[in-house]
Design a protein around this ligand. Structure first.
Ligand code: NDP
Length: 297
């Protein structure tokens, strides 16, 4: 019998646990603050940012939102981030990616103060994660780790295949799975668009993390019997629905469910965990900056 990994339920437990940590901080006079910065005219980015602000409000994090005219010079974004770095009420800063063309993305990532970098994209934080001393784990792979832990998926000694090598999902995911630590110790393979025999790798995998952004590219015939399948993909495909589209993952769910042991649905799997872990990182940032110890879920 396939077990469906319920990301909504696990995310909701994490948000509840964060509520306790936030109460501890509040008692000490500290309200965690997350600043989101948007310099884009992409409607999807606007939606993502407003969802993040709504999440903050629900758990008791102060949300500050700064919107910069997409036509403004890049310096306006760098200066905004520097102002937020200096603002004591802001514990976490998230610049919504992708930013407009005139902005140097790497420079933005370097400008965010590492201790406020709740996305975990600053080179210092990337380095710390690789070195096994993570300050902030990027939200999506961190959320996947939480799901694996919650469902008691044995990672130690397991063959894990991560499909995708982006800086936000694939690489940090592989780095976490390979660490000599809890929810790590996996024998980890990273596949990408130049991988010659993807099906061969997947066929050996006890754990698959699919993050390629290619609709339903992995089907049941490619999977090992009983594998745990974590589908990170969020892909919009044309469909005969009211909106004219539907969201599918990178895994073809029907055939995968006949073979896999556990699987995340799309939507309702990794997505809610990514959102919850941003809140988690923000509460951690606030606790560390204020020097107040809290128990994180
Ligand atoms: P990117 O486009 O940055 O990276 C995709 C990766 O997949 C690349 O490394 C690419 O290889 C690899 N790839 C592409 N096609 C294939 C293929 N046919 N076979 C093997 N590998 C392939 O995407 P992201 O990492 O940002 O996101 C991946 C997916 O996850 C997207 O659908 C995105 O929407 C979703 N996502 C979901 C989140 C959630 O919360 N659920 C959060 C973040 C992303 P190469 O490097 O060679 O180009």
């Amino acid at each position: 019998m396939i077990e469906i990994i319920d990301g909504e339920a696990v995310a909701s437990e994490i948000r509840d646990g964060l509520g306790d940590a936030i109460a501890t901080l509040e008692d000490a006079g500290v309200t965690p603050g997350l600043a989101t910065v948007l310099m884009s005219d992409d409607p999807a980015s606007e939606t993502y940012v407003s969802m993040k602000q709504q999440d903050c409000e629900e758990v008791g994090i102060d949300g500050i939102h700064v919107e910069i005219d997409p036509g403004a010079p890049a310096a306006e974004l760098y200066e905004t981030v520097e102002d937020l770095n200096a603002n004591d009420e802001v514990h976490g800063i998230l610049v919504q990616m992708p930013v407009v063309d005139q902005v140097d993305t790497r420079r933005v990532l370097r400008t965010v103060a590492p201790e406020k970098d709740v996305d975990g994209f600053h080179p210092e934080n990337v380095g710390r994660l690789v070195a096994g001393d993570a300050r902030f784990k990027p939200c999506t792979p961190h959320g996947v780790q939480k799901l694996l832990a919650h469902y008691d998926v044995e990672t130690e000694g397991a063959e894990a295949v991560v499909v995708g090598r982006s800086d936000i999902v694939g690489k940090p995911m592989a780095n976490l799975l390979v660490q000599k630590s809890a929810v790590g110790n996996a024998t980890t393979t990273v596949c990408h668009s130049r991988t010659e025999d993807l099906a061969g790798h997947l066929g050996n995998a006890d754990i698959v993390v699919a993050a390629a952004g290619v609709p339903e590219m992995i089907d049941g015939t490619m999977l090992k019997e009983g594998a745990t399948v974590i589908d990170v993909g969020i892909n919009r495909v044309d469909a005969d629905t009211e909106k004219g589209y539907e969201i599918v993952g990178d895994v073809e769910q029907a055939s995968a469910r006949e073979v896999a042991g556990r699987i995340t649905p799309v939507p309702g799997g990794v997505g809610p965990m990514t959102r919850a872990m941003l809140l988690w990182n923000t509460v951690k940032a606030a606790s560390e900056q204020a020097g107040i110890e809290v128990t994180l879920p």
